[in-house]
Design a protein around this ligand. Sequence first.
Ligand code: ADP
Length: 465
Amino acid sequence: MRISDGRHYIDGSWVPGAATAPVTEKATGAEIGTYALGDAADVDRAVAAAVRAQPAWAALLGEERAAVLRRAAAILERRADEFEEMLMRETGGVRGKARGEINAAIGKFLESASLARRAGGDLLPAFKPGKLILNQRVPLGVVAAIIPWNFPIVLALRPLGPALALGNTVVLKPAELTPIAGGQLLVEVLEEAGAPPGVINLVTGDGPDAGEPLAAHPDVAMIHFTGSTEIGRLMARIAARDFKRTSLELGGDNALVVLDDADVEAAASCGAWASFEFQGQTCITAGRHIVHESVADAYTDALVAKARALTVGDPFDAGVRLGPMISEGQRDRVDDLVARSVKMGARLVEGGTHDGLFYRPAVVTGVTPDMPLFTEETFGPVAAITVVSSEEEALELTNRCPALVNSVYTGDLMRGLAFAERVRSGMVHVNDAMGRPTGEEDIDEFTQRRWIGIQRAPLTWEVSS
Ligand code: ADP
């Protein structure tokens, strides 16, 4: 495995950064490489390369761009073991999580390749004799992709795959905590797959020093950002200044609702997954469990048993299901949310202790809607249980917080559907909490329309009197 040595990738070359910082293995703290601390000058060079490369890349046949992405899928598959190991080291996730991410990334490359062949335009009805009107789909130009650390490869590919397939060029800024798997290694794959110089560029570094100048660069046509709501707001403000296109994937305080007729064991099994998977550090983590009083005790007992059975440790050790949290800052934030809620009357009934970054999955009961565990996104392995006495109350509490995905458990699927139709999040699961489809909307997201009118039969123009 080539260990990251602090380089950007600009215009087809690996360029050393003026300054570097260490990348650590999260479970051991060992240094596993370095990343370049990019700044506005690096961003300028990368964007300029992307601007130069874009017209020729867009002029290729869709099939030619698709071929690069299909080759990238094959290379990623060939190097899957190496990627898996780096993902485990850099993110602290267990093998199954890393493998799932790589499989999803291979799928995203292939799905994106198909976009290049499918994104057509329209022929519009003529409004004058002899008029031919084309409504073409054209790339936006240079796309900035600013990516977080929790799923560094697949979240980078969400914008990168469709953007490249549809004729855009990209400057990628991975998270400081994961610049190797979702930065260097991913770019190596595209380089080997034959992406021409300038089509994909990598600038690593901190958010304010590298990410912000990238987002603000006048030659960047679109900002794709996945990360915190706070920085998402900043991205929206920056984009508004120059009317840039944005796609923002932000956080949310997701709810998992358990109604009185739910299969409690199945709900708890999903609830444990939804709160504890990857230490609760995903955008679809269920931060709030809203449970009907008639099943609350049984649900809590089942969830406690599941939390207790999880082994926390180094993801490379056999039997470990939860690895370390990503950073001390993140761990302390979670600790603080639990402590403040307990101070207000909640009860920590399981876990919540830690040894370094290794945090025992926690179950907290008696959480009321005014407590921090309810009102703030936890982003940690904490199942916070709020008991309600009716379905209406469950619905009202679900809709009180912005969420990416909410879930409802019930024994009656039509009741689940009726509940889901009144939930305000963009995604709702009935008797599940996992998965998110992407697809055709990528075509609209990463292209714009160009209207062209061709007058085939010459017209005579007269100035109106
Ligand atoms: P997280 O809490 O998941 O780390 P952030 O929103 O802080 O979420 O980070 C997500 C991505 O946004 C990272 O690549 C980070 O470097 C970048 N980022 C952070 N601050 C800024 C900023 N001020 N401008 C641009 N990008 C930023």
